[in-house]
Design a protein around this ligand. Structure first.
Ligand SMILES: [Zn+2]
Length: 258
């Protein structure tokens, strides 16, 4: 089974003790490529150094809405400078993680929106895919994407919206990132939605170290778990695991130009 983990935070200190072992084991289990996403200006250098040092790792850089309080106006300018400096480097595969989070009510919506649009504009300017964090904000994200129409679209990571919302994203050329959330039997609505999604619209992810799947509850998530996650999601979607693996890998390669 050849797999691609389209969303990880492997730069986090959670992995400092055993990153090399983890990467070797993930590769041995068929996880050929992994995307590491920057979330604030202070981790761009670390993400980029990691992607440069390890075969199979690719970097995305962005300013995550959950860290809104840490972002400064100059960080947007610095993000643009990073993207300019790395333009054309195959190790840089996207802008992200960015988006809108309406679940955390203390995060100012107007400031989030400005940060979201500035980064969408960068995805358009640098012709890169956008890797999006969307929580309780699908209508607003969809409306904004309709205005910007980023040519290379991207991924709605950890998708947990409705079937109607999925269809809107698919119309905009976006893929839906699926991982641990739908492996939990109590995620009834999400599992029903997954069963209706076309195979060419999905990519797989772990969001490691977060989003532990049902078969590894309460522990640090890892790209090593992607084969089990793929197996569980295939069951929910009513297809063979190999079929989901092949389709999601093909979709990720098409999206990132691999
Ligand atoms: Zn993430």
């Amino acid at each position: 089974m050849r797999l691609i983990d389209t969303h990880t935070h492997l730069d986090f200190p959670d992995f400092d003790a055993d990153r090399a072992r983890l990467l070797a084991n993930a590769a041995a289990r068929g996880v050929e490529r992994m995307v590491v996403l920057g979330v604030y200006q202070a981790n761009f250098q670390r993400v980029w150094a990691l992607a440069g040092a390890e075969p199979g790792l690719y970097a995305a850089l962005g300013l995550h809405p959950v860290y809104l309080e840490q972002h400064r106006p100059e960080h947007l300018q610095q993000l643009r400078e990073w993207l300019e400096r790395l333009r054309g480097d195959p190790r840089l595969c996207a802008v992200g993680e960015f988006g809108l989070d309406y679940y955390l009510e203390h995060l100012d919506k107007a400031r989030q929106q400005a940060l979201f649009e500035a980064q969408l504009q960068m995805a358009c300017d640098f012709q890169l895919p956008a890797l999006l964090h969307v929580r309780r904000s699908h209508a607003q994200v969809i409306a904004t994407l309709k205005r910007y129409k980023p040519a290379r679209a991207g991924v709605v990571h950890a998708f947990a919206g409705s079937y109607e919302e999925a269809r809107e994203y698919i119309k905009l050329g976006f893929r839906l990132g699926l991982g641990g959330a739908a492996t939990w039997p109590q995620a009834l609505r999400l599992r029903k939605t997954l069963a209706r999604l076309p195979l060419d619209s999905v990519v797989l992810e772990t969001d490691a170290p977060d989003m532990a799947p049902a078969m590894f509850p309460g522990v640090r998530n890892s790209p090593e778990h992607l084969p089990e996650i793929a197996g569980a999601l295939a069951q929910v979607m009513g297809v063979e695991a190999g079929e989901l693996a092949a389709a999601s890998t093909r979709n990720a390669c098409e999206l990132f130009g691999w």
